[in-house]
Design a protein around this ligand. Structure first.
Ligand code: FES
Length: 142
């Protein structure tokens, strides 16, 4: 049995990166989950790359969380790994916590610009959805 067109449409979501200015992000829904797509500033990339891995709760280099050659883009499942709230930080005007990434106000978890947990009760980094760059300005999630 072949999946219907609407099921296929949900299986992957294309995101045009062109309208997302540096420093901002957008949230898209993929399989019922919010996916954060954020266009990082040079400063945010550097902060994510320079962190000492030993200081992290779940050590993971930034390079393992972005696609090679595309460090400006971080793509994350926008669900706090504590109890599943949606953290703030997608808008430049949102509170982003002391590492400039995302802040979950539910119980105070703070994520850095790589989506790694830095403080608070969340035990893990924000998860990474499967995605690929179709070309320089288009990603396909799923
Ligand atoms: Fe995010 Fe509790 S759900 S800190």
């Amino acid at each position: 049995m072949n999946p219907s067109a609407d099921v296929l449409a949900l299986a992957s979501v294309d995101v045009d990166l062109k309208p997302i200015p540096v420093g901002s992000g957008i949230t898209v829904l993929w399989r019922g989950k919010p996916i954060f797509v954020r266009h990082r500033t040079a400063q945010e990339i550097k902060a994510a790359e320079d962190v000492k891995l030993a200081s992290l709760i779940q050590p993971q280099p930034d390079a393992d969380r972005v696609k090679p050659g595309h460090a400006a883009w971080i793509v994350l499942v926008g669900v706090c790994t504590h109890l599943g709230c949606v953290p703030l930080g997608q808008k430049a005007t949102d509170p982003r916590g002391e590492w400039g990434g995302w802040f979950c106000p539910c119980h105070g978890s703070v994520y850095d610009t790589s989506g790694r947990i830095r403080k608070g009760p969340a035990p893990k980094n924000l998860h990474l959805p499967p995605y690929t760059f179709v070309d320089e300005t288009l990603i396909r999630i799923g």
